[in-house]
Design a protein around this ligand. Structure first.
Ligand code: 7TS
Length: 425
């Protein structure tokens, strides 16, 4: 008979200890997908804001889960279920430490940033927002940070108020301060913009809201992979991020919430695992975080996210940030020197993203020609149509960096852009 004593504690494959220096070539060797040819050219992957690539250790963790201990969690008494449950809860602790949350119960596993924001809008929002109330968002939100609040406002007769930005793509804090008023019920803003790369002054945004007793959600989809997130230092009330942008698997993400808020919120979805008892007359809900995790979750995905965080834990965050800053500065300078290029988003505080337009050439044509060169960038409105309207453009071309990106990637992109210019001459 097997018992809990047989449970293997090391479910994530071991990774080498902490790396003392940041060696980008060594990092690249951890990502098998990077070493291939696309259209006969070495792949240059610069679409990390859409999704990032996965290191070998994450791939092995997923494989190991399905080969060795695939099982449903929390309800089983058998060996496989106990082992899967343990790995799942270890991943929760890994996520807790990654964002410096005070307790693992403040980490709720969801499908991703989109679901995290919808969860807060449909639970906290439905309970606290009424007719005539106001929710503040910003001009640079991803649609995931707009539509859930619009749905809530429509249902409740509440209003969305929008923080404007300047031409560099920076939030106007003094305008934000003016928007905060007696009807403000909630603030929801991106930590880092997926189009502009702007790192917003979230500490100040939160402090100004808290002075008026207003809670704040940060959309950290683009921040978590690039800046050190410390939810306790920020004092944010909610924080959302997606695994797949953080070198982990798709279909999973994290909603952090302060315990006190989560405990007072009604459940999001009803079903298995979120209950402690059910009769036809009445259901008593499970405690957090399980109250918000109805149904069989993405077990493999959560464990894979744990492995991604464990992988990242080898690195000194300052070294990662310094490397990305250096490549970003190089990319900004080289791309803007291409004739006809205009950068969209030139904030003083920026990370990992270079959006641009080329005079007279549609961004989709830029992307298609670059693809012929094996270069992957993204073109379009990037799910931020109101931001496109603010800049008076329908779309941008966007190169976005991961921590494995190099100056050589940038050089290839710039050579590709010169090919684009030749085609359109
Ligand atoms: N918020 C921001 C700031 C994002 O960049 C994205 C995805 C989301 C929310 C939604 O995340 P999901 O994991 O729930 O889909 N951004 C992008 C992008 O820029 N290109 O593809 C997806």
């Amino acid at each position: 008979m097997t018992s809990a004593t047989h449970v293997v504690t090391e479910n994530f494959p071991p990774v080498a200890g902490r790396r003392s220096t940041f060696d980008v070539e060594k990092v690249r060797r951890d990502f098998p997908i990077l070493h291939q040819k696309v259209n006969g050219k070495p792949l240059v992957y610069l679409d990390n804001a859409a999704t990032s690539q996965k290191p070998e250790s994450v791939l092995r963790t997923l494989d190991k889960y399905y080969r060795e201990y695939n099982s449903n969690i929390h309800r089983g008494v058998h060996y496989l279920s106990e082992r899967a449950t343990q790995a799942y809860e270890q991943a929760r602790q890994a996520a807790q430490h990654f964002i410096n949350a005070g307790d693992p119960s403040e980490v709720i596993f969801v499908r991703g940033t989109t679901e995290a924001i919808n969860l807060v809008a449909q639970t906290w929002g439905r309970r606290h927002v009424g007719a005539g109330d106001e929710i503040i968002i910003s001009t640079m939100e991803h649609h995931s940070g707009i539509v859930p609040w619009q749905i809530l406002c429509q249902e409740k007769g509440a209003k969305l108020r929008v923080i404007p930005i300047n031409d560099q793509g920076e939030l106007l804090l003094e305008e934000y301060e003016k928007l905060l008023g007696p009807r403000t019920k909630f603030v929801s803003v991106v930590h880092v913009s997926n189009v502009l790369g702007t790192i917003n002054p979230v500490r100040e945004i939160i402090e100004l809201a808290h002075r008026r007793g207003v809670p704040v959600l940060l959309d950290g989809a683009q921040a978590a992979p690039h800046v050190k997130v410390d939810v306790r230092a920020l004092d944010c009330d909610f924080y959302a991020f997606s695994s797949h942008k953080l070198y982990g698997p798709t279909g999973v993400g994290v909603l952090y919430g302060k315990a006190k808020l989560l405990e007072a919120m009604p459940p999001y979805q009803g079903g298995g695992d979120m209950i402690s008892s059910v009769t036809f007359e009445k259901t008593v809900y499970n405690k957090v975080p399980h109250k918000f995790e109805a149904g069989t979750p993405n077990i493999a995905g959560v464990i894979g996210l744990g492995a991604a965080i464990q992988y990242l834990n080898q690195f000194d965050w300052e070294q990662v940030e310094a490397h990305e800053r250096e490549v970003l500065a190089y990319a900004s300078e080289r791309i803007s020197s291409v004739p006809g290029v205009r950068l969209i988003g030139t904030a003083r505080e920026k990370t990992a993203v270079v959006s641009f337009v080329i005079e007279g050439i549609h961004p989709h044509d830029v992307g298609t020609i670059l693809d012929q060169e094996g270069i992957a960038i993204r073109t379009g409105h990037h799910c931020a149509q109101p931001l496109m309207q603010r800049f008076g453009i329908p779309a941008t071309a966007r190169a976005s960096l991961g921590f494995y990106s190099t100056r050589a990637d940038v050089d290839a992109l710039v050579a590709g852009l010169h090919k684009v210019l030749e085609v359109f001459q």
